[in-house]
Design a protein around this ligand. Structure first.
Ligand code: F6R
Length: 600
């Protein structure tokens, strides 16, 4: 969701900015723009659509040693050239890019800017106009910037250029992610390290309500009150090849294929020298002290949380509730006496989850984040972090983070159980290894799954997924994948629930994907399939070896019954992928979606 880049140094910035924006494409956006400053002033190029569209309108003769760039995901005002960033103050002197939402922008317009004619419908334009107003009233640029920030309510990551002033990029952040990258005779600004890995792997983390004055040779961090802040830089541990597609047509396919490897990496990372699974003692204490765990997450991470509940309850015997982050804030359940809040988030930046984190921290409860992104907001702000080690996930549709989340929770459940003296009657390392091999088998079955997608999903307006027990949770994830990238309306249901209403939607040919990986409910889910088939549905049954029957479309290898989601989700991810390809959809960048959802 919205991305920011900036460059100041000895080189021309235009290509660096455009390449940086391309690396931020995965976050989701609907328009983009850059501003470059040179001796003749600041030149702004903006366009609705993709970075390729922006490239096509950028004047090849214009360049400059300072610049800022932005990808916009519309919140205030439609996606359009006019609403895209950078935004300019009326005189043209100040140029700004912004990520986040200014909640009080209408109030600020009314209180300070009644005489200003706004060009765009955005909240962002208020910020740049305020800076101009305060400079007009006699403040230095930095003071005007500071005063403006003190008036803003909401979230922001900002980069500001002054067309008339010194060669400086003014930067600030609150709740939205932003980093400053360091180089020899240059410095950069970026929403994430991936964007600027092309020029540096050394970064400075920024905290909320900090201002940074970035010149080509210096980076000065200050608190809002002007007090200087010293901070060590860190090396972004990213391999450039991790963020390249290589020979894959789409990142999503690459990331699906990476899943067995990720599971093996997780096993390795969480193993100690004696070969046992291990988790930070403080985290185990927090888990074992809790009388109830509250998992908070959104989307795919929520779906992984449902599987996680099953694992934690059956292995570690801890009661678990799973909540949708965006609901929890307004609809808080009666809490237990000693809760532990566990936030599951691939990006570690989801604003809905962060809202809950801030709230429960104020209430004094312990918090743990499971995330793929070290140093992300949720990781920094929680008491403890468990990392997913899935490597960068670029496709908007989450795949390898989902299976990594389940694997890490399985490890947490096993280690917590053993520490409490609860007997665990299976060898998790061995079972995860078997699951990784089974995932590999399914990744190698792409041709069959492509044919299944053609057979069951061609031309259909909708598709239902049914399962019982943990299969139901995987159905929720399978249906989310299908709807988000192929735009087929898809829903997941508990097998027994269809007859209570949804069965009315079954018509001749309606595709029903049924999962049958759980022995205890194998016959009942098959009974549910019969109910819909007798009403005309076209069933696609995916079962597990040992439970399979003649009519099944695909049989997954046998794995431990608690770990079936790691494996059964793979054909569902691939079904969604091929359905999207067959419909000509842009798999990695589905419409209206963003990778990192930084607004509530
Ligand atoms: C779906 C998807 C989203 C995210 C959700 C939460 O494929 O990716 O549903 O799971 O936006 O994001 P994170 O996990 O970053 O908190």
């Amino acid at each position: 969701m919205c991305g920011i880049v900036g460059y100041i140094g000895n080189h021309n910035s235009k290509e660096i900015l455009l390449k940086g924006l391309e690396k931020l494409e995965y976050r989701g956006y609907d328009s983009a723009g850059i501003a470059v400053k040179n001796e003749s002033g600041v030149h702004i190029f903006k366009e609705k659509g993709r970075i390729a569209d922006l490239r096509s309108i950028v004047d090849e003769n214009v360049d400059g040693h300072i610049g800022i760039g932005h990808t916009r995901w519309a919140t205030h005002g439609v996606p359009s050239k006019l609403n895209s960033h950078p935004h300019q103050s009326t005189s043209g002197r100040f140029i700004l890019v912004h990520n986040g939402v200014i909640e009080n922008y209408e109030l600020l317009k009314r209180d300070y800017l009644t005489d200003v004619s706004f060009i765009s419908e955005t909240d962002t334009e208020v910020i740049v106009q305020l800076i101009e107003k305060f400079v007009g009233e006699g403040l230095e640029v930095l003071e005007a910037f500071r005063k403006t920030l003190s008036l803003l309510h909401g979230s922001y990551a900002l980069a500001l250029l002054d067309a008339k002033g010194d060669d400086t990029i003014y930067v600030a952040k609150n709740k939205s992610p932003l980093l400053v990258g360091l180089g020899q005779d240059f410095n950069v600004v970026a929403s994430d390290a991936m964007a600027m890995l092309q020029v540096t792997d050394e970064y400075l983390e920024l905290m909320d309500k900090e201002i940074v004055i970035v010149t080509k040779n210096e980076v000065a961090i200050q608190k809002l009150n002007g007090e200087a802040v010293q901070r060590n830089s860190f090396k972004a541990k990213l391999d450039a090849s991790d963020i390249e597609k290589g020979t894959y047509p789409f990142y999503m396919l690459k990331e699906i294929d990476e899943q067995p490897l990720v599971i093996r990496k997780i096993i390795q990372t969480y193993q100690n020298e004696q070969g046992n699974l291990t988790i930070d003692k403080n985290i185990l204490d927090a888990v074992n002290l809790a009388d109830r765990i509250y998992i908070i997450a959104a989307g795919t991470s929520y779906n992984a949380g449902l599987v996680g509940k099953q694992l934690l309850e059956s292995v570690a015997k801890i009661p678990v509730e799973v909540h949708i982050a965006s609901e929890f804030g307004y609809n808080m359940p009666l809490l237990s006496a000693k809760p532990l809040f566990v936030f599951i988030s691939q990006s570690g930046e989801t604003a809905d989850s962060r809202g809950v984190l801030v709230h429960v921290k104020e209430l004094g409860y312990p918090t743990l984040t499971l995330t793929n992104v070290p140093g992300s907001t949720l990781s920094r702000e929680a008491d403890y972090t468990l990392l997913l080690h899935a490597g960068p996930e670029i496709a908007v549709a989450s795949t390898k983070a989902y299976t990594a989340q389940i694997a890490v929770i399985a490890i947490l459940a096993e280690v917590a159980a053993k520490r409490k003296g609860i007997e665990v009657n299976f060898d998790l390392i061995h079972e995860l290894g078997i699951a990784a091999n089974a995932m590999e088998v399914l990744c190698d079955s792409k041709e069959i799954i492509e044919i299944m997608a053609r057979e069951f999903l061609t031309g259909t307006p909708n598709c239902f997924f049914i399962g019982r027990g943990v299969d139901y949770y995987v159905c929720l994830e399978g249906s989310l994948k299908l709807k988000e990238i192929s735009y087929i309306q898809a829903e997941g249901f508990a097998g027994g629930e269809l007859k209570h209403g949804t069965i009315a939607l079954i018509e001749k040919g309606t595709p029903i994907v049924a999962l049958a990986t759980q022995k205890s409910v194998n016959l009942s889910i098959r009974g549910n399939v019969k109910e819909v088939v007798s009403r005309g549905a076209n069933p696609c049954i995916i079962s597990m070896k040992g439970l399979n029957m003649d009519e099944d479309s695909l049989v997954i290898p046998e794995v431990h019954e608690l770990l079936t989601p790691l494996v059964s989700v793979v054909p569902l991810q691939l079904l969604a992928y091929y359905a999207a390809i067959q419909r000509g959809c842009d798999v990695d960048k589905p419409r209206n979606l963003a990778k990192s959802v930084t607004v509530e």
